[in-house]
Design a binder for this molecule. Structure first.
Ligand SMILES: Nc1ncnc2c1ncn2[C@@H]1O[C@H](COP(=O)(O)OP(=O)(O)OP(=O)(O)O)[C@@H](O)[C@H]1O
Length: 586
């Protein structure tokens, strides 16, 4: 432990709010079994065979406040699945008992629990401080003022040693931001904000150098010593890390090989005939055993089988009776019924999400690059259709079709392609009960509006006059209005496709947009048509122009109603598709 103390010497004083857990939680799990149904599709996607695969084969254990449990095992042994089950995030065929202070999973537990996923799901353009402040504003209860929430976020930054990079952006695949270790600490910080009594972490040290890994685990060790219960999966910890864990669970293909004190694990295996031939990192030795590799030739037969049987005869019953012991439930004074489902009001959630959404969109759909793209296309099309007077009605029609085509697809693809990134964020935040779906959805619709309204307005304002369309304010405004209406519908379609994961399969509505956009010319306007058939001798009615006649100008009200229905229905489809995301066990 001298190492930990040495590492923490440089750390600033821990703010008092994080010194102690507000509520101690004993986590117990007994005979946890998880199965999945694997289906084999035959001809025409017809399901011909459904097999059951057992992922977790009866895991038992208990972790008390102040303890840190490490789950070890080869890749695919079931560590993440068990962690997800213990974190109340796994539905389906889950059997066995999981209890928190002797009770089942509840809203109050959800609000006292942090879950750090393996992948850091963070907005790339926000800074470390912004990321943590937005999370604090959403996750901390109404009883804190906004200033207190900001102070809380700053305390987490200090405690996790993020002060040096607090104004740096998080970054992403093509955007340089903070380092991997700093990103991980930001993810941990997001969970620490609520001062959780129970913290789950999926491989918090993967991909990090051993010093950074050590620093992160030291932070977690400090948290555990403040009375919290910490459970994590970990890949090949170094020996100095290994000895920080109070308890260790070793898994092999879903079966437990050991659960108990970390300090006794080597004695347990050597008493069963398995000891390392040379001094080695205990974690490496355990992983070798879980992979069925042992240098010990005295013990014949399959190593894994032997260890599974040894667990059943030596540990299973003892652990089961320990898990059934009734510990004095900590007097936390929290009544599950009294804990409201959400920490903040609908309006607070909406306004914070809106501010965050607008900030993020400044770098995305409403960025300088996107505005420049639209300006360039507007100027080019203005030049292409430069002052095309009414004698070139076909050219003007072409421009109108271009309007509805371009502005039909631009917001559509924008919504389809940006949503997948947002989906994982929504999954993470909704599963931790951060906000209502409706407040997220409304904020998303409103924060998309600048892109959906301002960009087309700039576009039409440039091209309409450059192209010499009918130069009356009334016609201009009507054209603009119809285009904006169509853009909103298109954005809704993109949202529906993005949210449902359906991709660009549904036919577009631009045909109806064309129907409605023709107000740039009226059916009763005339154009010079060189005699013959002209209603006014050499001038023909715009409504009689073959291309316009084919689209028809009679159905404008019907088209507007159809667009109105789509405007609502697409958004409803998106909303219902999102209802499946981030739903957790209660
Ligand atoms: N829903 C599912 N359907 C099918 N197989 C699944 C499902 N969930 C998990 N599995 C399988 O269960 C096994 C355990 O997965 P899990 O992610 O828990 O392993 P892990 O020990 O965390 O692995 P890693 O260390 O690589 O992250 C894997 O073989 C995985 O493919």
């Amino acid at each position: 432990m001298a190492d930990i103390e040495a590492l923490n010497e440089e750390e600033p004083e821990v703010p008092t709010i994080f010194k102690k857990a507000t509520r101690a939680v004993s986590l117990k799990f007994e005979d946890v079994v998880y199965k999945v149904k694997l289906t084999k599709a035959g001809f025409c996607g017809k399901i011909v065979k459904a097999e059951e695969k057992v992922i977790l084969k009866g895991i038992t254990g208990k972790v008390l406040p102040g303890e840190m449990l490490a789950m070890l095992g080869p890749s695919g042994s079931g560590k993440t699945t068990l962690l997800t089950a213990l974190g109340g995030k796994l539905g389906g065929l889950l059997d066995g008992n999981i209890s928190y202070n002797g009770k089942s999973f509840s809203n109050s537990m959800k609000r006292n629990m942090g879950f750090v996923t393996q992948d850091d799901v963070l907005y790339p353009h926000l800074t470390v401080t912004e990321t943590l402040v937005f999370t604090a504003l959403l996750r901390l209860e109404d009883s804190f003022t906004t200033e207190e929430k900001i102070v809380h976020a700053e305390s987490v930054i200090t405690q996790l040693g993020l002060t040096k990079c607090k104004n740096s952006i998080i970054g992403g695949p093509f955007l340089r931001g903070v380092s991997g270790g700093e990103r991980k600490r930001v993810s941990i910080g997001q969970e620490m904000l609520i001062n959780p009594s129970l913290l789950f972490l999926d491989e918090p040290t993967s991909g990090l150098d051993s010093t950074t890994a050590q620093r992160i685990v030291s932070n977690l060790w400090e948290l555990a010593k403040g009375g919290r219960t910490i459970v994590m999966t970990i890949h090949q910890p170094s020996s100095r890390l290994f000895y920080m864990f109070d308890k260790v669970l070793l898994l092999s293909e879903g079966s437990p090989l050991y659960f108990g004190e970390g300090s006794q694990v080597m004695d347990y295996f050597s008493s069963n005939g398995y000891a390392p031939a040379v001094p080695m990192n205990p974690a490496d030795f355990l992983l070798d055993l879980a992979n069925g590799v042992s240098s010990n030739s005295d013990v014949p037969g399959s190593v894994k089988q032997k260890l599974v049987s040894a667990y059943k005869s030596n540990l299973a019953n003892k652990l089961r009776s320990e898990a059934q012991e009734i510990d004095d439930p900590p007097q936390d004074g929290l009544n599950d019924q009294k804990v409201a489902r959400w920490a903040t009001t609908w309006w607070q959630q909406f306004s914070v999400l809106l501010r965050r959404g607008v900030k993020e969109r400044k770098y995305d759909s409403f960025s300088g690059l996107k505005i420049a793209q639209v300006l360039v296309v507007a100027l080019l099309s203005g030049l292409l259709w430069w002052q095309s007077d009414v004698s070139h009605l076909q050219d003007q029609m072409g421009l109108l079709f271009f309007y509805s085509g371009f502005w039909g697809f631009f917001p559509l693809f924008q919504a389809i392609f940006t949503f997948p990134q947002e989906r994982s964020m929504l999954e993470k935040e909704r599963s931790s009960g951060m906000y209502r779906l409706s407040s997220y959805f409304m904020s998303r619709i409103v924060s998309d509006l600048p892109m959906e309204l301002v960009l087309p307005t700039i576009f039409v304002s440039i091209t309409y006059w450059m192209a010499g369309l009918k130069a009356t304010p009334g016609n201009f405004l009507q054209t603009l209005f119809v285009l904006l209406y169509s853009v909103l519908v298109s954005g809704g379609l993109g949202l529906a496709l993005g949210c449902s994961g359906a991709g660009p399969k549904i036919c577009d509505h631009t045909g109806i947009g064309n129907h409605a956009i023709v107000p740039a010319r009226r059916a009763t306007d005339t154009y010079p048509c060189g005699g013959g058939g002209g209603a006014a001798g050499g001038a023909c009615l715009v409504g009689d122009y073959p291309a316009i006649k084919q689209v028809g100008l009679d159905g404008q009200v019907l088209a507007a109603v159809a667009l109105g229905i789509m405007l609502v229905v697409y958004r409803l489809v998106a909303y219902f598709a999102l209802m499946r995301i981030g739903v957790t066990r209660k």
